[in-house]
Structures are given as C-alpha cells and as structure tokens.
Design a protein around this ligand. Sequence first.
Ligand code: SAH
Length: 277
Amino acid sequence: MTTPGVALSGGGASPSEEARLNRQREPLPTDVASLPDLPAAYARELGRALDVLGLELAADARSAIDGHVRLLLAWNAAVNLTTITDPAEVARRHVADSLAAVQVIRAGPHESLLDLGSGGGYPGLPLAAVLAGSRALLVDATAKKVAFLDAARRAVGLTGRVDVAAVRAESLRRADPGAAWDVVTARAVGPLDDLVELAVPLLATGGRLIAWKRGDISVELAAAARAAVALGAAAPALQPVPEALVLAGHVLVIVAKAGPTPAGYPRDPAVRKRRPW
Ligand code: SAH
C-alpha cells in the first residue's frame, strides 16, 4: 500500500528544489553592513526626488532610509514585500512616494504616527526616519511582514522611536480605546471610505489621516466624505504629488478629525460590506 504523502517526499527533492529549500532555511540578514551597497542609480534617483520635494535629509535619516532599502531587497526573495526590485525604482516609487507627505505632515501636529498596512515599511519607516521628533507604530496583518519591519527598525537604529505590531487595523480601537494619534498613514491598503472608518477613530482631535491614492478616485472620495462626516472629521482635502516626481496622478488625501468619533466604529467588516457609505 502506498501513502501519497510518503511517496511524494520519499522520492527526494531535485537538486534545484533542494537549493531552494536550503536558501529558505538560511537565516535572513539582520545586519545592513553585510549587504551589498546600493548602486549609483539609486542615489541619483533619490537625490533628484528630494530636490523636487525640497527636502534635505539629515545623515542619520538618510542612512536609515538606505539601510531599510538594502534589507528590503535582501529579504524580498524569501518574504514577498514588494514587486519593485530595481533599486532606482525603489528610490522613486517607494522612498520618494513616501516622503512626498513630509511637508504636509510637518504642517500639522505630528508627535505620533501610525502606519496602517505598512507591508515592507512604506510610507511609515522613511517618514519616521525623517520626522526625528516623532514616534511611530507600523502595523500589518501579516506576521511575516511584521517580522521584516521589526528587523528593519532594529537594523537602522530606530528601535527607540519605532514600534511594530502584527494586528489588523480593525482591532486597534478595541485594543486601545484611548488611542489619539496625530497622524495615521495608509498606502495601498484599501478603499478610502474603509480607511476613514478605520483611521478616524484612532486620531486625536486635530489629527489627520493621510492616504496615498492615484487615478480616478471620485467614487471612493464621495463615500469617504460621507464616512468622514459621520465619524467626526472634515471632508477630505486633496494634495497632488508634484508631477516632477514622475508619479503621475498620485495624490495625498487628507482627512482631519474635528471632534469625537461616536462609539461603534469601525463597524464589523461584514456590516461594512452590507452597509457601505
Ligand atoms: N503600505 C505598503 C504595503 C501595501 S500592501 C506599501 O504601500 O508598500 C497592503 C498591506 O496592508 C499588506 O501588507 C497587508 O497585509 C496589509 N493589510 C491589509 N488590510 C489590513 C488590515 N485590515 N489591517 C492591517 N493590515 C492590513
């Protein structure tokens, strides 16, 4: 009698399969110094973007941002963190896109920053690196990604100001009913009305949700405006990302909390689905 499971593994792994398994078993790097340098094209692209954004980075912020990129590229083969693997493209589409919000963030309260669905750490980690007086929490629902975020904050020396948590955004208010963040960021996490419902309850009065969006967002924007009013926030304001960044059609959507959010938000995901804004 044959047992399929035994027959399959009893055949032995092919050499290439074995190599793949061995690679997976090797511990992932945690020390940036052991990793390859970034190419000149990365520095060129980032330098150009910083000029466009009118930003000058302190040396420690820049080295934290670069170290994060090096670790991201090193882990990406084992943990799916990004589809962008060309370092110059990472500079433009991850780092510069994240830093496009720095001026907006600096213009308001920003002692604390919560990044929802941080994934590989964008936009939360570069923002935390640049906003030297702020503390940040990066959350993601996927444990493997949070393991990366934890390794990254350690590797680049941000443990004193940056925390990570493997949680769903939906459970944050219940876990910490008194939460009062100055800034909540979210890029590529969900539709705007969902983000408003998840983020506004977590904000301090005067705090802001900043969501990275692109393309035609008129439908989700209308729904988000209804959600914002119900949750005690002002209607969304739009801030286009400079075209010279070559991130065509990217826009920051800003929702400022004006007063307390009624109890009962965010609603259960099933209820949200049944009763959209
Ligand atoms: N912000 C990153 C990652 C975007 S991918 C970037 O722009 O590069 C979306 C991420 O959000 C994924 O890592 C996913 O695990 C996380 N996510 C999706 N829904 C979530 C939720 N409800 N709570 C927490 N994380 C969530």
